[in-house]
Design a protein around this ligand. Structure first.
Ligand code: C2E
Ligand code: MG
Ligand code: MG
Length: 761
């Protein structure tokens, strides 16, 4: 700590605050430093001394004022005090008072001041009167400036654009400095100066300022300025490009306060004051510029944050592509533009094939990499003016305007298809980026953005159904199909719980003796208002949406409980029930456990249950499907390959279905079997011999005629099923006594199929 030193301050020129002692004057030192306007008046009413601030604020030369009457500096404002009262204070010893006056400046203007006049005249005609005045105009302006700043800050907070703020600031500066004009400029996205506000700046000068390159001489001069306000003299070489324009506009000096970004990292703009004289800006004026620059910085920052938020709201984080909202807007814009120039708009719905596999097998980072790669490739094939965006997940949308013919749209789709053939590479793995592409073209002015996207979506679905990695064009049938798809999905929700599902049972007979030893359980949906709906109309949707899991669970349970009630066949054997399982059911957890519990609960012999699966069951997740089938097989049930011949790799699949006991040849082969020269005949013959060599029994499905039946027998089919041998019916009771030669119901149409007149081909 430093020791306290004795005070060496100069004595005060005025009575000290306690008012008891008059301390001797050292006026000049004090008068040189006070910021208030101070005047010492002699007994004769003339000015004996004035503070430097009188010169700084009012422009008077001090030596010229000394000896002048006090009224050269201070006069009464009749609004506040009559002239006689003021005169009295100046002549009456001991008079004292705060009073509002006008202080005259050298140029003849006046300012309102709040003064304290202290009359220290002595009766002997000595002493002096001291006037201490505070500039009220300035104070009021500061108050006004603060109020204005508050208003502007609030406006910025409420989202006022930087233009509005700049306009207000320029007006405020011009109000404050009536002899100057102001401009606010910012650096725009292309890194040039842009004039945001320059309400009174002459046009010629404004033009030079607007669009100015920060690397130009003046631009560089501005960037070199320190962060606080600085002036550029017209002689500065930096002025050169502006000199003529400035001179033409009578501008002699330029004050610039660069606007630094709030983090101070860069110059985002500038506040400029242009004057027709060389006058130096006062302290308060510089403060005002400072404050204005700060407000511009806040407004710029706020605007940038808002723009960034808006960008995020309309773009996808991962790929930076436009998102659904922006895409919808772009499609609408393209549609309006197409109306004007009489061209069409094409929308391409791009949906990656088996994207889920990438995520499941290689992880989400790989999935993200694929999406980014696809985004890049789609961007690369984009034509100028078109848009590509991400709808979400693995769905992308391209919007192409100026389409004259359908072939234009197809050409774009082909380019997209082409661009997605090469796999992406992620951490050394090749990942497929193939996609199914649906194309829809806006036809007529009534097309809406929503509809166009929906149409392209429907077409994309068809591309998937056609085997994926395809391009499909929208046609009206797509629409109907998808509409009913949505409708089915809605109706099927909770249908088992509402008791809307029923089982029909179709006989399966041994050949050649036609003994009914089994029935196949076939589900129907008794949909309120629609009657019995055939499985062909809802199983596909149920499979796609996963609703097959609850529906299928209901079928298994219902089939088990029905089978328990069936009486024995001859020789104590029981009739077998065949239950269809969909691919999705095989990969859903809990199936085997549920079946195990059902056996326990019902006491059914596993030998009397057969599960039918199609070849496509293996297409989904082969290992999982085979594991599930093996576990089911382990329970003692029979496994049957359904619709044999309709799958992808047919014969090869037989090797993988090592647990299969039976295969059911699809009815489309049986339909043509009777002609010994047909392909069907040959295929069935080959399948039977292959199956038998593997120890697998063969069922001929869909036998409708005696010829088909006899050919099936001839070719060695072990069992038969079809309308000729028995239609699906709600009850099995009659069958119990109908074994051994009793003629089975012949060629009666399935009530579900009847009326629709369908026949599998
Ligand atoms: P599927 O398993 O091949 O069943 C045989 C289909 O052929 C049945 O159609 C049956 O009514 C029909 N059919 C039988 N005999 C003849 C005939 O002589 N001529 C003709 N034209 N058709 C005949 P349905 O009942 O419409 O079932 C269609 C498909 O729906 C079934 O084919 C099966 O794949 C599926 N399905 C039925 N029920 C279920 C189920 O509970 N779960 C699952 N996952 N799928 C089921
Ligand atoms: Mg079946
Ligand atoms: Mg079948």
């Amino acid at each position: 700590m430093t020791a306290r030193r004795p005070r060496t301050d100069p004595p005060l020129p005025f009575p000290d605050p306690v008012g008891e002692r008059v301390i001797d004057l050292r006026p000049d030192a004090v008068l040189a430093h006070v910021t208030d306007l101070v005047a010492v008046v002699s007994p004769d009413g003339t000015l004996a001394a004035v503070s430097s601030s009188v010169h700084q604020r009012l422009g008077h030369r001090r030596d010229r004022l000394v000896g002048e009457p006090v009224s050269a500096l201070f006069v009464a404002d009749p609004e506040y005090v009559p002239t006689e009262d003021l005169d009295r204070i100046f002549v009456e010893p001991g008079a004292h008072g705060p009073v509002t006056l006008r202080a005259l400046s050298a140029d003849g203007r006046s300012r309102l001041v709040s003064a304290v006049i202290d009359n220290q005249l002595t009766p002997d005609g000595g002493g002096s009167v001291v006037v201490t005045a505070v500039d009220l105009t300035e104070r009021r302006m500061i108050e006004a400036a603060l109020a204005e700043q508050r208003v502007l800050l609030e406006a910025i907070a409420r989202g006022a654009g930087v233009e509005v703020v700049a306009e207000r600031l320029a007006e405020r500066i011009e109000h404050w400095l009536p002899e100057a004009v102001a401009a606010v400029v910012i650096r725009d996205r292309s890194d040039r100066w842009r004039v945001l506000a320059a309400p009174s700046v002459p046009d010629g000068f404004r033009k030079v300022l607007d669009g100015m390159d920060p690397r130009s001489p003046l631009g560089r001069t501005i960037s070199r300025l320190p962060a606080h306000a600085g002036s550029i003299d017209i002689a500065d070489p930096g002025w050169f490009p502006l000199r003529a324009a400035a001179r033409a506009s009578g501008i002699e000096s330029l004050w610039i306060r660069p606007v630094a970004s709030l983090d101070g990292a860069d110059h985002v703009g500038a506040v400029l004051v242009l004057r027709t004289d060389h006058r130096v800006l006062g302290e308060g004026d510089v403060d005002l510029l400072e404050q204005s620059a700060h407000l511009v910085a806040i407004a710029v920052e706020r605007q940038r944050a808002t723009e960034a938020l808006e960008h995020r709201a309309l773009h996808d984080d991962l790929t930076a592509l436009p998102n659904r909202t922006l895409l919808l807007d772009r499609v609408s814009q393209a549609l309006s533009a197409s109306l004007r120039d009489q061209t069409g708009v094409a929308v391409l719905f791009v949906d990656l094939d088996r994207f889920k596999n990438v995520n499941d097998t290689h992880g989400h980072a790989a999935g993200d990499a694929v999406l980014v790669e696809v985004a890049d490739r789609l961007r690369a094939v984009l034509r100028g003016g078109d848009t590509v965006g991400r709808l979400g997940g693995d769905e992308f949308l391209m919007v192409c305007s100026g389409i004259v013919e359908l072939s234009d749209a197809v050409a774009v789709a082909d380019r997209v298809w082409e661009a997605l053939q090469e796999p992406a590479v992620f951490e050394g793995h090749e990942l497929p980026v193939r996609a199914s592409i649906g194309v829809a073209l806006a036809e007529g002015p009534e097309a809406s953005a929503d509809e166009l996207i929906r149409d392209a979506d429907h077409a994309m679905y068809r591309a998937k159904e056609q085997g994926r990695n395809e391009v499909a064009l929208f046609d009206h049938a797509d629409h109907l199909r998808v509409v009913s798809r949505v409708d089915i999905e809605r109706g099927l929700h909770g249908a088992p719980e509402r008791g809307e599902m029923v089982l029909h049972f179709q006989p399966v007979v041994t050949l050649p003796d036609r003994r009914q030893t089994a029935v196949e359980a076939l589900v129907r949906w008794n949909r309120p208002g629609s009657g019995l709906v055939r499985p062909g109309d809802f199983i596909g949707v149920a499979e796609e949406t996963g609703l097959i899991v609850p529906v299928g669970a209901w079928v298994v349970e219902e089939a088990f409980h029905s089978a328990v009630a069936w009486p024995d066949l001859d020789a104590g054997t029981r009739m077998r029930v065949a239950i269809n399982l969909s691919p999705r059911q095989l990969s859903a957890p809990g199936l085997v456990d549920r079946v195990t519990r059902l056996f326990e609960r019902t006491g059914l012999d596993p030998l009397t249950v057969c599960f039918e699966v199609t070849e496509t069951a293996l297409a989904r997740d082969e290992d999982l499907a085979i594991a599930t089938l093996d576990r089911l097989k382990g329970l003692g049930v029979c496994i049957s390959i359904d619709d044999f011949g309709t799958g992808y790799a047919t014969l090869d699949y037989l090797r993988r279905f090592t647990m299969a006991d039976e295969l059911k040849i699809d009815q489309r082969f049986i339909a043509g079997i009777a002609d010994p020269l047909s392909q069907e005949h040959a295929i069935v013959a080959a399948s039977v011999s292959l199956a038998h060599s593997l120890g697998i029994e063969v069922v001929a499905e869909g036998i409708e005629t005696e010829e088909q039946l006899s050919t099936a027998i001839e070719l060695g089919c072990d069992k038969g099923q079809g309308y000729l041998l028995g239609v699906p019916e709600a009850f099995v009771a009659a069958v119990a006594t109908s074994t051994g030669g009793r003629p089975l119901p012949a060629n009666r149409p399935d009530p579900v199929r009847a009326g629709r007149g369908t026949r599998a081909t």
